[in-house]
Write a protein that binds this ligand. Structure first.
Ligand code: 0RQ
Length: 504
């Protein structure tokens, strides 16, 4: 048995994933660890999926309700979705199988802000949680748990669940001990108190997660890696978008609106944010800080280059090479990285206080600045709102970044009216595509239109957008936000009918 389980009583609870899965029954609500492919349990979900499939083969109903931190991996979302085992799920997901079960109507999906997911569980809004299933790198002699590559909602699920199952994963570095900061000051209103973080590097909690031993139903030993996905090489459009964003920050510094070393940075995951981080690496900026959700490769490069003093997040989202580097050097990185519960990494109070500057991806924006981050053509769920809303509404400056077209130019990312709204025109401040940047701060709806169309839309779609807007302005009785409601979604319906938003 692994020496990583130092507590004698807990060692008695080691069993196989199959035996642990036998505790779980139809209708149970399970809070799983895991955030953007890091730190999720790797064995129990597969064993549970097998059990669910066997029940279905006998003609019995068996689904569970799945709570997570954010997206997980094929071993968790994929395994449970592939046996139609997920009745309901929250929050963010990105697994292809899970996504397809949500979109074909098999599974319900409640897409809520990541900062609020744990909070609402504490508030009892989703009912009783039967099991928490989390991953640890080590259990101390006293029975304290050292978490792995994500914190996510682990603390809240362990706090509220009736029973806890812990997977101890020997692939994860034991040197992660000391990187986590598990804040324990959550009280329900009217007893909430301010969260005492005034700098991204502040530590306000404990490095261990404390779980009452009587709650621990099983411990499973595992050894598999996280779902670490390589980043694509940075393409031209991403480089251009990153260039516009960094020039914009530079100008904000010149205008005296942000300090020379910027303000704590938040960036979404993906190609464009990675290009932004690469741009920062090649800039002369120093003493940067980050208050964000996930640590990706570019931040590790910035730490290595001595440019990023501290990064606060809730999880890693690293490529395989960088995950290996983290496992080898966690003792160094823990002086520069803090992993917190997502209730804290994404907390509006702290984002507002620190003046975080954020940039997130989008699916589409409209000519007035409303943004859709989640639904393709109004109905098909892509991933979820994730932390984009937590940061966008509360950031000092919040930007949305996207190529101006999708699907080889058949879709314009700038449309007359978004087909689903995640971020209203009241929240986003800046929109950037490879065409340029629209700074919307302080502008009324009609003042935004020329900036968005001329600076951000693809030239193929600019005349169509201008034509729509000019006719809306002429024919709509009300001039504050003129629309032609009968036509506002014609771009989407044309795409669904003909395969392109372009007119013949
Ligand atoms: O689909 O791979 O099938 O071609 O959407 O698009 O351009 O690769 O961009 O990976 O950054 O994702 C909004 C989904 C963008 C992401 C979204 C299709 C496109 C492609 C991906 P294919 P790209 P990205 C904190 C922040 C919400 C959560 C968030 C996201 C696929 O950024 O999930 O912000 N955001 N979290 O073809 C139809 C359009 C489209 C479109 C793109 N207009 N119409 N399809 N696509 N635009 C981090 C976390 O919360 C973890």
């Amino acid at each position: 048995m692994s020496e990583r389980i130092a507590n004698a009583a807990l060692r008695q609870k080691v069993m196989s994933a199959d035996d642990a899965a036998a505790f779980i029954h139809d209708g149970d609500q399970i809070g799983f660890g895991g955030f953007t492919g890091s730190g999720y349990p790797k064995a129990l979900p597969g064993a549970l999926a097998k059990r669910i499939q066997e029940s279905h083969d006998r003609g019995e109903k068996f689904t569970v309700n799945v709570f997570t931190g954010a997206s997980t991996a094929p071993e968790l979302d994929g395994a449970l979705a592939s046996v139609d085992g997920v009745g309901w799920r929250m929050p963010y997901q990105s697994d292809p199988q899970m996504r397809s079960k949500i979109n074909d109507g098999t599974s319900f999906y409640t897409d809520i802000h990541l900062s609020e997911s744990g909070m609402m569980v504490r508030q009892g809004f989703f009912g009783k949680v039967d099991f928490a299933v989390i991953e640890a790198t080590r259990i101390t002699e006293d029975g304290d748990v050292v978490l792995t590559s994500s914190v996510g909602n682990n603390a809240v699920y362990c706090d509220v669940a009736e029973k806890v199952i812990i997977e101890v994963n020997s692939w994860q570095s034991e040197d992660l001990e000391g990187m986590h900061d598990i804040y324990g000051g959550f009280a329900l209103p009217p007893n909430r108190v301010p969260i005492p973080i005034t700098h991204p590097g502040d530590r306000v909690g404990d490095k261990f997660l404390h779980i009452p031993q009587h709650k621990v139903a099983a411990i499973i030993e595992t050894g598999g890696p996280d779902r670490n996905t390589p980043f694509k090489p940075i393409d031209d459009d991403s480089r251009k978008i990153a260039g516009f964003l960094l020039d914009f920050y530079d100008n904000e510094v010149k205008q005296g609106r942000i300090p020379k070393n910027l303000l704590p940075l938040q960036s979404g995951v993906g190609n464009i944010p990675n290009a932004v981080l690469d741009g920062l690496l090649h800039s002369d900026l120093e003493h940067l800080t980050s208050y964000t959700e996930v640590i990706q490769d570019g931040m590790i490069d910035l730490i290595d280059a001595g440019k990023l003093d501290v990064a606060s997040a809730t999880a890693f989202s690293l490529s395989p090479d960088y995950a290996h580097k983290m496992n080898e050097n966690a003792a160094f990185y823990r002086d520069h990285i803090i992993l917190r519960p997502q209730e804290i990494s994404n907390h509006p109070e702290i984002i507002r206080r620190l003046g975080v500057i954020g940039a997130n991806g989008m699916i589409e924006a409209d000519i007035y600045g409303n943004v859709n981050s989640t639904h393709v053509m109004g109905s098909r769920m892509m991933n979820g709102i994730g932390g984009s809303g937590d940061f966008t509404r509360n950031a000092y400056i919040s930007a949305f970044v996207s190529p101006s077209t999708a699907k080889g130019g058949a879709i314009s990312a700038i449309v007359p009216m978004v087909s689903h709204v995640d971020h209203t025109e009241h929240d986003g401040m800046v929109i950037i595509t490879e065409q340029g940047i629209a700074d919307l701060r302080g502008l009324a709806p009609r003042q935004r239109v020329p900036k968005i169309i001329e600076n951000c839309a693809h030239p193929d779609y600019r005349p169509m957008l201008l034509d729509y807007y000019e006719r809306a302005l002429r024919d709509c009785k009300f001039k504050h936000t003129p629309h032609l409601l009968g036509e506002a979604y014609s771009w989407h319906t044309r795409f669904l009918e003909t395969g392109t938003m372009k007119q013949n």
